[in-house]
Ligand binder design. Structure first.
Ligand SMILES: Cc1cc2nc3c(=O)[nH]c(=O)nc-3n(C[C@H](O)[C@H](O)[C@H](O)COP(=O)(O)O)c2cc1C
Length: 235
């Protein structure tokens, strides 16, 4: 299985908590035999979608813009068996950098293939697909606050776009406590469960309940974490 990970954090790899969780997950997939590659969207020139619909009309399946998305990234996305979309939670949803990337995947959809029939078992995404291939998707995100409800908008966003192509969702809160020394015992369990999640996605196509419970476990009671936050930021 060829796995492509897209990390949309602007932070360097030593600081980014998206990167921390992502790389543990990918390590698990490699343990189960997958090959992995990570693309950092911050390193690429990806223009905004122009909304011209040329990719649906004059140049079907291809964007008219000359940038890394057209020349490289969209082909790498389509060639993967599984794509991990890894994003920090910004204002309750995927960050703008990932959103720009996703909107630029418009060429892979084909409006002429709309199928209004019900009950098909075929995997479905937000729009009918132009090409035979589409990767399975894993959504992965971290957020700063100690509240798993923080992902309540991101989760339906990913489900709406990818439908049954979305095979796993890894959402981890309390990201800014991940390197606090007193929470390292809990973090060891969280990171071990994240590796396990990678193994399970390759071997079973999904993350098991027990693994997810360990991965999302609270690092401490929320009130304790909020008190630490309040002491940390300048008053
Ligand atoms: C612009 C911005 C918006 C954010 N919005 C949220 C949010 O809505 N909820 C939350 O819990 N954390 C929020 N955070 C915190 C980040 O999710 C957190 O710092 C996370 O670790 C960032 O991922 P990274 O370390 O991979 O860059 C926000 C951070 C920034 C910079």
């Amino acid at each position: 299985m060829q796995i492509l990970a897209l990390n949309s954090s602007p932070r360097d790899n030593q600081t980014s908590k998206t990167e921390l969780i992502l790389q543990k997950f990918l390590a698990g997939t490699r343990q189960a035999g997958a090959t992995t590659e990570t693309i950092y969207l911050r390193d690429h020139r990806i223009e905004h979608c122009l909304g011209c619909f040329s990719c649906w009309t004059n140049t079907p399946g291809r964007c008219i813009q000359d940038d890394d998305m057209t020349n490289e990234l969209i082909d790498r996305f389509l060639a993967a068996d599984l794509v991990v979309l890894a994003t920090p939670l910004y204002f309750g949803n995927i960050n703008a950098r990932l959103k720009v990337f996703l909107e630029r995947t418009l060429p892979i959809y084909d409006p002429a293939k709309f199928d209004f029939s019900q009950g098909s078992d075929e995997p479905k995404a937000i729009l009918p697909l132009r090409f035979e291939r589409h990767p399975r998707i894993v959504a992965l995100s971290v957020c700063g606050f100690p509240d798993p409800e923080s992902f309540k908008l991101l989760c339906p966003t990913m489900q709406m776009i990818y439908g049954s192509y979305l095979v796993a969702e890894i959402y981890r809160d309390s990201s800014e406590f991940m390197d606090v020394p007193q929470f390292q015992p809990q973090m060891e369990q969280v990171l071990a469960a994240t590796v396990r999640a990678g193994v399970e996605v390759v071997q079973q196509g999904r993350v098991g309940e027990n693994t997810m419970a360990n991965l999302t476990q609270p690092l401490a009671p929320a009130a304790e974490l909020i008190a630490i936050m309040q002491q940390t930021w300048p008053q």
